[in-house]
Design a protein around this ligand. Structure first.
Ligand code: 7TS
Length: 413
């Protein structure tokens, strides 16, 4: 069955919104398969940024002039739009940060340094991105807490029996990735959140690879904290989101201090602004926030269910085609049970060599450890090549990927 018969997306129409996809390198049209690193940005989102600078640019919250008021309203409304997109209760629960990494560090510093101590445990998984792994590791070192990792089994799934062993009454935080950026595994996050709550621990879900690719409802999921990045979901760089349950954010001290986040300041002491501004010190990410709201509109117009199905279909097709020859090792779950990416190695060929050859075919993938070094150690691979798909990719582009891998095989045979 051709893609057009199975797919609910008008991919050609979507591609027209992304002029960058028309770029050619030495006569070869770009095949952009590095979406897990950064997605491309559609015209309406670029227009939102341009329009903001053409018509509305001013600092927010400060000025009483008309322009500042308009910028403030647009910026605040953007929080509501993002809250709606992920099923949060309102803007109080949505803090704009720089990226997922900063969202993670905000909680680690603001909550972790205050709440963790000797005897406490932070439970993560072996498939965490360094954004979580390194952050909690370092906060644990500073506080005397211990970190533990839920095992990943040979198929790339979490060992849930091990999870139930590791999460105990000593656990204070369970920090888990929703979708693995290396394996493509979709983790049972609601179950892990429930497990954390059964032991009075908090749960942090890293949604960097889920929010761009599937409908997410943080209320249903039950996570206490949730983080993602704008630049992986058709939004601009320079903006991330930290969702937190209102009553928890209320109790947390700020991580960054300065202007905008205060209520009353004297020479002796200060009090904090209301949520979410308490966590947005200094001039915030105004244009980026407004553009992220536009990205939410863009994705909702297409439908997140459709985006999800399209990505899964491409990943399954890529998995099937890449494994046809038997000399390509694909990491993670089977083709029909993974998110929109495929990490692999071709025989003994180093992933960097593979990506260099693919680059000659204008096929853009990522090669390396994808910020999951301990997971790669466990997989016994120093690096892997990763093709990651999004709503504008096609089956024909997967065919080009496979052709380029075939050429790599011939070169290294
Ligand atoms: N968590 C996961 C699961 C990720 O995939 C990434 C980025 C991050 C956190 C950090 O996001 P950032 O916006 O703060 O950088 N992952 C990747 C990747 O796989 N290739 O480049 C960045």
């Amino acid at each position: 069955m051709g893609l057009s018969e199975t797919d609910a997306l008008d991919v050609e129409g979507i591609r027209a919104d992304f002029p960058i996809l028309q770029r050619e390198f030495d006569g070869e049209q770009l095949v952009y398969l590095d979406n897990a690193a950064t997605s491309q940005t559609p015209e309406p989102v670029v227009d939102a940024i341009v329009d903001y600078y053409h018509t509305t640019n001013a600092n927010v919250h400060r000025g009483l002039h008309q322009l500042s008021q308009e910028a403030s309203i647009a910026y605040e409304d953007a929080h509501d739009r993002v809250a709606e997109f992920i099923g949060a209760d309102g803007r109080e629960e949505v803090v704009f940060t720089k990226n997922t990494t900063e969202s993670m560090n905000t909680v680690a510093y603001a909550w972790g340094l205050a709440e963790l101590g000797p005897g406490d445990e932070v439970v993560m998984t072996e498939m965490e991105h360094h954004a979580a792994l390194v952050t909690w590791q370092q906060i644990a070192k500073r506080t005397g807490a211990e970190v533990k990792y839920i095992r990943v089994d040979d198929e790339g799934y979490l060992d849930m029996d091990h999870a139930r062993e590791l999460v105990t009454d000593d656990t204070e935080m369970v920090s888990v990735v929703h979708v693995s950026n290396t394996l493509g595994t979709v983790n049972p996050v609601s179950e892990l959140v429930d497990l954390a709550h059964d032991h009075d621990a908090l749960a942090f879900v890293d949604g960097a690879q889920s929010v761009p690719h599937m409908p997410v409802d943080v209320g249903e999921m039950g996570a206490d904290f949730f983080a993602f990045s704008g630049h992986k979901m058709c939004g601009p760089t320079g903006i991330g989101v930290l969702y937190g349950k209102e009553h928890i954010l209320e109790e947390m001290q700020p991580y960054l201090y300065g202007g905008m986040m205060i209520s009353k300041v004297t020479f002796e002491d200060s009090t904090w602004h209301e949520l979410p501004w308490k966590f947005e010190a200094g001039t915030p990410v105004i244009a980026q926030g407004i553009a992220l709201a536009e990205a939410c509109d863009y994705l909702d117009d297409i439908g997140m269910d459709n985006v999800k199905r399209h990505g899964e279909q491409l990943a399954e097709y890529a998995y099937d085609r890449l494994t046809e020859t038997g000399d390509v090792e694909v990491y993670g779950p089977p083709g029909d049970d993974r998110a929109a990416l495929v990490s692999f190695n071709l025989g003994d060929v180093h992933a960097h060599d593979t990506s260099e050859i693919l680059n000659e075919f204008a096929v853009a993938i990522r090669a390396g450890d994808h910020c999951t070094q301990p997971l790669h150690d466990k997989l016994g691979a120093a690096a892997s090549a990763r093709a990651s798909f999004y709503l504008y990719n096609t089956r024909e582009e997967v065919d080009k990927l496979v052709e380029a891998v075939d050429a790599t095989r011939e070169l290294f045979a």
